[in-house]
Design a binder for this molecule. Structure first.
Ligand SMILES: CC(C)(COP(=O)(O)OP(=O)(O)OC[C@H]1O[C@@H](n2cnc3c(N)ncnc32)[C@H](O)[C@@H]1OP(=O)(O)O)[C@@H](O)C(=O)NCCC(=O)NCCS
Length: 184
């Protein structure tokens, strides 16, 4: 892991070859190569910025971030977050701390972006990974979102936050969030 090189790249800085490498990693990590065909390195919303670790030229860890406002319901209070997704580590590198190192760099980027909080939703099975990386589950929170098939639905999966520019104590006490864009 010491030989890996890390980069933080804005979306417009990535060329076709970079997208192809990331798409291949996402296909391996999610075991869904058909979902990331044609150099398409995203599933729903395209990230604005990506954190990538490479072994030589090959991406082995990746996370995407897009800044957006969530809304609390029913109040309608806006909450600026760095919405994190497409978190993936090459299966050949699992359980060596690479995912944890990736999420530490994600938090660094969130702080650099000057967003108050990081936000993500995840399957229940990987909640322990995010907890171990310092993320906090929002208990009992439902998220109204637009899924990768462009359908609005209510998501009961774990919603996780991380402090960036503001302490977690500043997170609004709400049980329902609206994310009026596709998940990353
Ligand atoms: C989830 C993922 C990014 C973890 O990467 P990783 O490099 O293996 O993670 P780490 O080695 O840093 O794990 C740190 C700790 O997180 C927990 N953890 C790691 N992977 C986990 C998993 N799949 N499920 C539950 N807990 C997990 C463990 O407590 C682990 O510590 P341990 O190995 O000492 O038990 C990787 O398994 C992956 O890419 N999975 C497929 C894609 C995916 O599910 N992404 C998340 C979408 S929301």
């Amino acid at each position: 892991m010491t030989d890996l090189t890390w980069s933080v790249a804005w979306e417009i800085e990535l060329d076709d070859a970079a997208h192809a490498g990331i798409a291949a990693l996402l296909g391996r990590a999610y075991a869904q190569p058909q979902r990331f065909t044609g150099g398409r390195s995203w599933a729903g919303a395209r990230p604005e910025v990506r954190v990538v670790a490479r072994d030589g030229a090959t991406p082995v860890a990746h996370a995407g971030i897009v800044r957006r406002f969530l809304r609390t319901l029913p109040e309608g209070r806006d909450v600026l977050v760095g919405d994190v997704g497409l978190v993936a580590v090459d299966p050949a590198h699992h359980r060596r701390g690479l995912g944890t190192a990736l999420m530490a760099r994600v938090v660094d980027v969130l702080v650099d972006l000057d967003v108050p909080f990081g936000f993500l939703s995840c399957g229940p099975a990987v909640e322990p990974f995010y907890r171990a990386a310092g993320w906090t589950r929002l208990p009992g929170v439902r998220v109204h979102l637009v899924d990768t098939h462009h359908r609005a639905r209510v998501d009961e999966d774990p919603a996780m936050v991380h402090a960036a520019g503001r302490p977690l104590s500043a997170w609004p006490a709400t049980r329902v969030l609206a994310r009026d864009g596709q998940l990353v």
